[in-house]
Design a protein around this ligand. Structure first.
Ligand code: MG
Length: 203
């Protein structure tokens, strides 16, 4: 399976990173070894001194598809959750400044913690989903999918022009503003609407 991620998909987040707004989705991949499930702890790696959280809505593909039209995209995902696109911001900044690929900053072990998946049918309107991240009981990020530059159906359609989507593939759909550093012993709780779907520790 593959994990497709969308970068810079919320205006205020692009602004906080000092990047121009994208005119097409910004796409990168994470390997399956980045997945962290069942609220397991994330261990801060020694190769970075600036590990950031990015809470995101994550869509699970439920059906094989390629070249999917946007109006049919909703048929190709059946479950959602919240996840964290953990990023070594110091490495990403270094790679970006040099015009190099940034995989080392985004794809390391454990860099894709996932919450418990819920059916799309119970989550409500995917174009108007509220989600947030609390660290040690304090809200640090709050987003709504209505603020995405590229909505979920557009993303599914767009990436399927390039990659065959397979059952079980995941799409991280971008983070709202408020990203910041993770520290040892932080407790992260990520919510989709009124449901806390992820509750994990940083070690
Ligand atoms: Mg991200």
């Amino acid at each position: 399976m593959k994990i497709i991620c969308i970068g810079l998909n919320y205006r205020k987040h692009a602004t906080e990173l000092g990047r121009p707004l994208p005119s097409e989705p910004v796409v990168f991949l994470k390997p399956d070894s980045s997945i962290l499930k069942n609220n397991k702890p994330f261990f801060l790696p020694g190769f970075s001194s600036m590990i950031h959280y990015e809470v995101e809505v994550v869509v699970k593909i439920g059906k094989l598809g390629k070249g999917i039209a946007e109006k049919y995209a909703h048929r190709y995902y059946d479950e959602l959750t919240v996840g964290i696109d953990i990023t070594a911001r110091d490495i990403q900044n270094r790679c970006s400044a040099a015009g190099l690929p940034w995989e080392l900053s985004k794809c390391f072990d454990g860099s894709a913690p996932l919450g418990r998946f819920v059916p799309v049918s119970s989550a409500g309107d995917v174009g108007n989903l509220d989600f947030r991240l609390e660290i040690n009981g304090r809200m640090v990020q709050h987003g709504n999918t209505s603020d995405m530059i590229f909505g979920i159906d557009h993303i599914v359609s767009y990436v399927s022009q390039y990659f065959t989507l397979k059952t079980g593939d995941l799409i991280f759909t971008g983070t709202p503003s408020g990203v910041g550093p993770l520290r040892k012993n932080d407790n992260l709780v990520a919510w989709l609407g009124s449901e806390p779907l992820l509750d994990m520790m940083i070690r």
